[in-house]
Design a protein around this ligand. Sequence first.
Ligand SMILES: NC(=O)N[C@@H](CC(=O)O)C(=O)O
Ligand SMILES: [Zn+2]
Ligand SMILES: [Zn+2]
Length: 427
Amino acid sequence: MSTLIKDAKILVAGQLTVKDILVKDGKILAIGHDLHTQYGPADHVICADQHFVTPGLVDVHVHLREPGLTDKETIATGTMAAAHGGFTTIGAMPNVEPVPDTPEKVALMVAQNAQKAHVHVAQYASITKDRTSENLVDFDGVKQAGAFAVSNDGSGVQTANTMYQAMVAAAKVGLPLAAHVEDAALKGDGVMNAGPVAERLGLPGISNVSESAQLARDVLLAQASGVHYHVCHVSTAESVQIVRAAKQAGINVTCEVAPHHLLLTDEDITMDNPMLKMNPPLRSPKDRAALIAGLLDGTIDMIATDHAPHTDAQKSGSMKTAAFGITGLETAFATMYTTFVKTRLLTLSQLIDLMSTKPAQLFGLHHAGCLEVGEPADLAIIDLDHAYEIKADQMLSKGHNSPFIGWQVYGQVLMTLVDGQVVYGKE
Ligand SMILES: NC(=O)N[C@@H](CC(=O)O)C(=O)O
Ligand SMILES: [Zn+2]
Ligand SMILES: [Zn+2]
């Protein structure tokens, strides 16, 4: 089976050029012009109409909610949402029920992902049994069972000794350790960023140090252990500064930032609104500026959505009781493209590096994040020219908990292919 994607605008050495892409048996066979003269006619033709064709986007931070929490999302709906957002590879976080904390449970999830997912899913195992702060998981075993990294996302590892032992063990088997850094006691019962806005609204605050103090601890432990230490969803100016200093010191640290922390601040919270509740919370404009600076100087390695779907009931009422988290897969590219590339803060090539190439490379997701001859035909066709409105009824995720509903943006995904098969196509 062969498919010709005609008139695809692709990035070649940072420049957009129009070429044809020939796909055969799921892989890219050739990129160029007049490919039929050499390869004959293709079985199918997709006309890209000079729209942008990107290597499939890669998101290392997604909550699929299956098993156990399928009222929020399933492998099927979460990966359809991924395809709708132009993502062809995602990392699935382990805060599900049961937690993948044994080789057997990881193997089961890997098998379920392969059976039900519409895009490639890389599976996280947890760091500790049941994501508590003690009893390490068998890292060698979960790696053999197919885990690509370990994380306790949703909670911080509260004890330094457990974190240090985990890092030593993860380093030994070559698994990246992705940390949700949060001191539970410092966070307390906070629901939004601590500061003047929280005070005005009478809502309990979450201080910057609840994130950065544990991060500072972890960087020293990472240095001592030699692990590949990855920081999830950095949100504060202090975190950016700690990661910057760690990199300068040669410590093997990478980090991600979520689109919402680059696009919004606590000043966007004008009333008690659960749609703007997530962990870590929207921070101050000063923190946002530091995140953008970190993105531009390379301190921040990648963008990851932290797609966290919840039911409508779980996201209604007061921020005091609603669940933490917002969806992100279906809005990430367009919101980032509109706010950062249209305004020339980032080039398109830099955005694709941050949303595809670098996460794939840094997490060893081979064959993801590239559009090259011989590699799988994982790609998305994206309209960069026409504005559209983000609408709840167009989301394929079960979760509709997005603060970006109603935004006018550019960068609509028209079609997504995984292994040469169309997994999403706009009507
Ligand atoms: N980010 C969130 O606010 N929530 C995430 C957990 C997490 O990423 O820490 C969730 O699983 O809902
Ligand atoms: Zn987290
Ligand atoms: Zn998360």
